[in-house]
Write a protein that binds this ligand. Structure first.
Ligand SMILES: Nc1ncnc2c1ncn2[C@@H]1O[C@H](COP(=O)(O)OP(=O)(O)O)[C@@H](O)[C@H]1O
Ligand SMILES: [Mg+2]
Length: 278
């Protein structure tokens, strides 16, 4: 579609995301009833960046991620995702370019689905295998991801029979299936035991340090789950951005205490963070 000089005045405010941005939100508000779930959010994720999104329960983290995943449209504001603008793009073409793992998506995977199928179906953007024929390359890629995420012996197990940790890893393998340019993980460590969490943090550290890995956004409310190698953080409270920027300047006692509404003592050891009440 071309924009002629005659209709240019209709687009005074035409939104053009920065060329190195994989995700760009400008003045984004999501309203439900009288409540703003997120409010006036400005946020830019650039190629190669690895972001943490952190904030207390109900802060709007999952809402923000749904918008970033092209699964929810803002009430007001502009959203650029991978050179496309939400509202001016077929989201069904955009979504396969975005890897997403969330509790909501986990619920959509049928209990009877085999692990191998739960991963391969991502290439069609569906969660249940029916009668589609998948390419041999797709099946091969699914198997490679299943192996990489330590799920080989579970490839033929039904999703509904897996432990929480196993399910989380299946969802991440699934999110990587389409070789996405943007990867969004909503609380991937929730519900894991200590060993499960530590394994996941180690695996996410590997992804973070892989220069060929997609831009990454990881939502968590636990500082202990921040994998070394993440470069930026955004803190949310009551739907509003408390602060956003390079991780060292963001995950500080001052900002975290403000985000969680409680004085916190934050420590850092070998790239890992921890927090307790001050
Ligand atoms: N469809 C909805 N209608 C009204 N309120 C909602 C809706 N979805 C979420 N909320 C509320 O919006 C707030 C933000 O939710 P959410 O984005 O899930 O937060 P987080 O992921 O940070 O815990 C919460 O208070 C939640 O109860
Ligand atoms: Mg959430």
């Amino acid at each position: 579609m071309s924009t002629s000089a005659s209709d240019a005045h209709l687009h005074d405010d035409l939104f053009a995301p920065d060329s190195d941005a994989v995700l760009q939100l400008r003045g984004v508000t999501v309203r439900r009833g009288t409540k703003n779930l997120i409010e006036d959010v400005d946020w830019t994720v650039r190629e190669g960046e690895r972001w943490i999104v952190m904030g207390p329960n109900g802060a709007g983290k999952s809402t923000l991620l749904q918008v970033a995943a092209a699964r929810m449209h803002p009430t007001t504001g502009d959203v650029g995702i991978l050179d496309e603008v939400l509202g001016a793009v077929d989201v069904f073409e955009l979504r396969p370019r975005i890897g997403l793992s969330s509790a909501q998506l986990a619920q959509q995977v049928p209990d009877g689905e085999k692990v191998q199928d739960a991963v391969v179906t991502a290439s069609y953007g569906v969660t249940g295998r029916w009668r589609e024929e998948y390419e041999v390359e797709d099946e091969g890629r699914a198997l490679a991801l299943i192996t990489q995420w330590g799920l080989s012996r579970l490839a033929h197990r039904r999703f509904g029979t897996l432990s929480e940790g196993e399910r989380k890893r299946v969802l991440i393998a699934r999110a990587l299936m389409t070789d996405p340019e943007l990867m969004l993980l909503d609380e991937p460590a929730a519900g894991l035991d200590l060993a499960g969490r530590e394994k996941l943090v180690a695996q996410l550290t590997e992804v973070a340090e892989d220069e060929f890995a997609p831009a990454l956004v990881l939502v968590t409310h636990h500082l202990e789950e921040v994998p070394p190698g993440f470069t930026h953080a955004l803190l949310l409270r009551d739907g509003q951005v408390v602060t956003a920027g390079p991780i060292e300047q963001t995950l500080t006692e001052e900002h975290l205490s403000a985000a969680f509404g409680m004085p916190l003592k934050v420590s850092q050891h070998k790239g890992r963070y921890a927090a307790v009440a001050a």
